[in-house]
Design a protein around this ligand. Sequence first.
Ligand code: GTP
Length: 410
Amino acid sequence: MRILIVEDSETISKILKHLIVQDLGYHVDIAPDMASALTLLEQHQYFVVVADLNLPDASNGDIVRLVLSAYKTPCIVLTSNLDADQRREILKLGIVDYIPKDNRYSYQYVVKLIDRLYRNQQVKVLVVDDSVVSRKFVRMLLEHHLFQVIEANDGEAALAILEQEDDIQLLITDYNMPIIDGVELILRVREKYNREDIAIIGLSNDNDESLSAKFIKNGANDFLQKPFVHEEFHCRVLNTLDSLDMMRNLWSKANRDYLTKIYTRLYFFSEHNSKDSENALLSVALLDLDYFKKINDTHGHDVGDQVLIEFAQRLDNAFGSNFTVARFGGEEFVVAFKGLDDIKTTTLMDKFREQCEANPMQTTAGDLVVTFSCGVATRNNETLDQTLQRADELLYQAKTAGRNQVIRAC
Ligand SMILES: Nc1nc2c(ncn2[C@@H]2O[C@H](COP(=O)(O)OP(=O)(O)OP(=O)(O)O)[C@@H](O)[C@H]2O)c(=O)[nH]1
């Protein structure tokens, strides 16, 4: 990834380059004037250009206009002082943002913005508005920040798109729309998607002062009154996505095992311990690696970790797309087979056991054959804890019967 800084102050370009290389690891070129910037722009494809508005051989944003029109490259503008008219003019050009050069946090903001732009390329945003003009305006602002934009002209269409595209991260919806309004749409979306799944921003040009609270109380993360200025829109979108990232990180820390990245015990219980699922057919397979302590003792803890990671990956590849696979702790794993009885579960698990035995794991200590023992139990008018307790007893039987086997209740 290549960034171009066009700035006549050597101190500023050096600080910026240092921060970008240190935090993002990108390649950075520096041009002190427009002539050298043009030479570099002819030679390389840049992801973003960070440019000063006034240069020794160009003024009033000539460089910015050129970068945007001739090179179609996103541009972040560095400025000293801007009055209100200059600010409006510069924003109209279609820049990513302008950053005042007045303090060191400004430079950190530039780095943050470049990182965000890089990640935005993977972020899908659904814009819902029955006004084409409004929708296109929001699309344009989002595309300046490199988002992938999908449009819907009413709430029903938005719900259908959300069904098809399961990786939309941000929904931006207007309030006044035919059939269902923005608030009703948010209510429907929140029935299915949590705050770590999708973030929502409401928009409206309605003068009802209670509307922002109504949006937020019903599940929106933020609200913007139309007409809004570019900057406010971008700040709100970036803040909302930052909090979505934070929510996702927190969720992941609680629900994904730090070593193997498969689900934790906590997630396993939250998925399968509800009253609703009490009567559904469910079998659990409790697995424990055989003689795992010996691997740690012989080859070291790091190799033990490699085995745990590889085993979790194999288990997840085999069953993770249809069933819940979790690490219970240490070298113990569990799979919840919803809709399967213990006979089918045992057949699947036994096949997986044979594959594990037949395919040694590649580790830094060489190839290691790793086997596991397993107990399988089907829930039978009891709590999930009781089913797991029975699976644990069967697992113990598998261990004492010689290991490397799957046992179910007779
Ligand atoms: N490398 C590594 N080792 C772990 C981790 N968590 C637990 N262990 C080790 O796993 C080992 C489990 O040993 P034991 O309970 O004696 O079981 P085992 O050696 O597999 O013997 P059997 O289960 O009877 O076949 C212990 O030495 C723990 O220190 C981990 O995250 N990484």
